[in-house]
Design a protein around this ligand. Structure first.
Ligand code: FES
Length: 80
């Protein structure tokens, strides 16, 4: 389980970018919400989508490449 925190309310980074900036190597491909490759489980908190997700997700999963955390969140990450 990994906690993700944006540094400020004006932080424009996606969840995926925050993970990468913290030296995680989450799986991703298109980084535009199309392929679903980056999907991960949101264990705690909520996210705001920048664009409507097109890639496949199951209940409780998010596409971190196109959403930003709302406050602190916890995600279950599969890394390469
Ligand atoms: S990397 Fe393709 S949907 Fe996120």
């Amino acid at each position: 389980m990994i906690s993700v925190t944006s540094t400020s309310s004006s932080d424009s980074r996606t969840v995926l970018q925050i993970l990468k900036d913290s030296n995680q190597k989450p799986i991703s491909q298109c980084e535009k919400g199309f392929c679903g490759e980056c999907r991960l489980k949101l264990k705690k908190g909520t996210v705001d989508y920048i664009n409507d997700p097109i890639g496949f997700t199951r209940k409780g999963e998010i596409l971190p490449c196109i959403c930003k955390p709302v406050g602190d969140i916890e995600v279950e990450v599969t890394c390469i």
